[in-house]
Write a protein that binds this ligand. Structure first.
Ligand SMILES: *Cc1c(COP(=O)(O)O)cnc(C)c1O
Length: 386
C-alpha cells in the first residue's frame, strides 16, 4: 500500500474496546458488515449509523427501564418527539383531541401541519373529566393528547381514568410527560399508550442538549414508532445520547433537591402579600393536588404563581430586578429561571384568567435561601412599580 492508502486505513476502530463505565461514544454513519450476506440482513444487526450505535442503544435501554416501556424512540428535540409520535399514529381523516393547555409549539404543529394533511384537530379543557371527554369525542377520534400538568398553569388531568376510557373505545392516548421527567409519574403503568418527554429538560439537566423520547406500552406500537423514525429520517448524535445518559445518572438526586427547594419557595410565596395564588400541587388546596398526591411520587422545580394585580409594568419590574433567576424559556437545568406567562396564554381556545399576572419559576439547584432573597429583590421592585 502506498502512503495515500495507508493514511486512509490506519487508526480505524479497534476491537475489542476497553470496558469503561459508560458506553463508548461510537461515531459512525457507515457500519462495516462482516460479509456480503450481512449487508442486507437489517433484522439481525445495525447496518447503518442512523439507526443508532452504542450510546444511543444504551440510552434507549435506560429510558425503557425508566418509563416501564416496551420500546423507546429518540428524536433530536422534545418537539420532534411529539410531532414524530403524532405523524406515526395519525392519518388523513383521523381526528385528534388535544388538551387546551398543551405546550404551544405542539398546538402550532397540530393547527398547521396536521390540518394541512387532513387530520381534524379539536381542543378540550384540561378540567374535562373522562366521561365528558369521551362524550366530546367523535367517530373519527383516533388519539387523545394529554399534558399533565400544563407547563404554564399546572392543571392536572385524571390520566388513568382518561386512558382507561379511551382504551375501552379503541382510541389511543399520548401524554407530554416532561414535567415528571419519566421519574415522578409513570404514564404507561397508568394505561397511557404513548409517553413523550423533552429530555432537553430534566434528563439532560444542564440546559445544553436537545433531545426527545417516545416510550410506548405495547409491542404493536413499537414497530409503528420505529417505522415513523425510519420513514422521516430522525437521528441523534452519539455525543448527545451520551450527555443524556450522563444526565440520567443524577436525575433522581437532582430531582429531590428541585422538589424540596420548590416546595419551600412555593410555601414562602403563598405567605407573601404581593402574591395571589401559588400553582404548586403540594400546597394545601392547590388545584390538582388530589390527583398529584394519588399518581405522582413527587414534584419537580417548575411551578407558577400570580402577582397581585398591579400596573402592567410591575411584572416587568419584578422580573428585571432578579439577579439569580435568569429570564429565559426552557427549564429542568441546574439553574433557576423565571418568565412571565401571560403573552403565551392568549393562544388558547378558552381565555384563562388566573386573577393576576402569571409568573412561572424554575427552581434550580442553588441554595433556596439565596433564591428567596432574589425574589425579595423582585418584590421590592414590584412594590415600587405598582
Ligand atoms: C420544552 C418542552 C418541549 C419541547 O422540547 P424541546 O426539546 O425544546 O423541543 C415539549 N413539551 C414541554 C412541556 C416542554 O416544556
Amino acid at each position: 500500500m502506498t502512503e495515500e492508502t495507508r493514511l486512509i486505513h490506519s487508526g480505524l476502530a479497534q476491537t475489542p474496546l476497553a470496558r469503561t463505565v459508560g458506553p463508548p461514544i461510537q461515531r459512525g454513519s457507515t457500519v462495516l458488515l462482516p460479509n456480503a450476506a450481512a449487508l442486507y440482513d437489517h433484522e439481525s444487526q445495525v447496518t447503518y449509523g442512523r439507526q443508532g450505535l452504542a450510546a444511543q442503544s444504551a440510552l434507549i435501554e435506560a429510558l425503557a427501564e425508566l418509563e416501564h416501556a416496551a420500546g423507546v424512540t429518540l428524536y433530536p428535540s422534545g418537539l420532534a418527539a411529539l410531532t414524530g409520535a403524532l405523524l406515526a399514529v395519525l392519518k388523513t381523516g383521523d381526528e385528534v383531541m388535544v388538551v387546551d393547555t398543551v405546550y404551544k409549539p405542539t398546538r402550532r404543529f397540530c393547527d398547521t401541519v396536521l390540518r394541512r394533511f387532513g387530520v381534524g384537530v379539536r381542543y378540550y379543557p384540561a378540567s374535562l373529566d373522562a366521561a365528558a371527554l369521551m362524550e366530546a369525542c367523535g367517530p373519527a377520534t383516533r388519539l387523545i393528547v394529554l399534558e399533565s400538568p400544563g407547563s404554564l398553569s399546572f392543571e392536572f388531568q385524571d390520566v388513568p381514568a382518561i386512558a382507561a376510557a379511551a382504551r375501552a373505545r379503541g382510541m389511543l392516548t399520548l401524554i407530554d410527560n416532561t414535567w415528571a421527567a419519566g421519574l415522578l409519574f409513570k404514564p404507561l403503568d397508568h394505561g397511557v399508550d404513548i409517553s413523550v418527554q423533552a429530555l432537553t429538560k430534566y434528563v439532560g439537566g444542564h440546559s445544553d442538549v436537545f433531545m426527545g423520547s417516545v416510550a410506548v406500552r405495547e409491542d404493536s406500537l413499537v414497530r409503528t414508532l420505529d417505522d415513523g423514525v425510519l420513514n422521516i429520517g430522525w437521528a441523534v448524535s452519539p455525543d448527545d445520547a451520551y450527555q443524556m445518559l450522563r444526565g440520567l445518572r443524577t436525575l433522581a438526586t437532582r430531582m429531590s433537591r428541585h422538589d424540596a427547594s420548590g416546595r419551600r419557595i412555593a410555601t414562602w410565596l403563598a405567605g407573601r402579600d404581593e402574591v395571589g395564588q401559588v400553582l404548586h400541587p403540594a400546597l394545601p388546596d392547590a388545584p390538582g393536588g388530589e390527583i398529584w398526591r394519588r399518581d405522582y411520587s413527587g414534584a419537580c422545580g417548575l411551578f407558577a404563581f400570580t402577582l397581585a394585580p398591579g400596573r402592567p409594568k410591575a411584572t416587568e419590574a419584578f422580573l428585571d430586578a432578579l439577579e439569580i433567576f435568569g429570564l429565559g424559556f426552557s427549564w429542568g437545568g441546574f439553574e433557576s429561571l423565571a418568565i412571565d406567562c401571560d403573552p403565551q396564554l392568549s393562544g388558547r381556545g378558552a381565555p384563562s384568567d388566573y386573577g393576576g399576572p402569571l409568573v412561572r419559576l424554575h427552581v434550580g439547584l442553588e441554595d433556596p435561601e439565596d433564591l428567596m432573597a432574589d425574589l425579595d429583590r423582585g418584590f421590592a421592585a414590584w412594590r415600587a412599580a405598582s
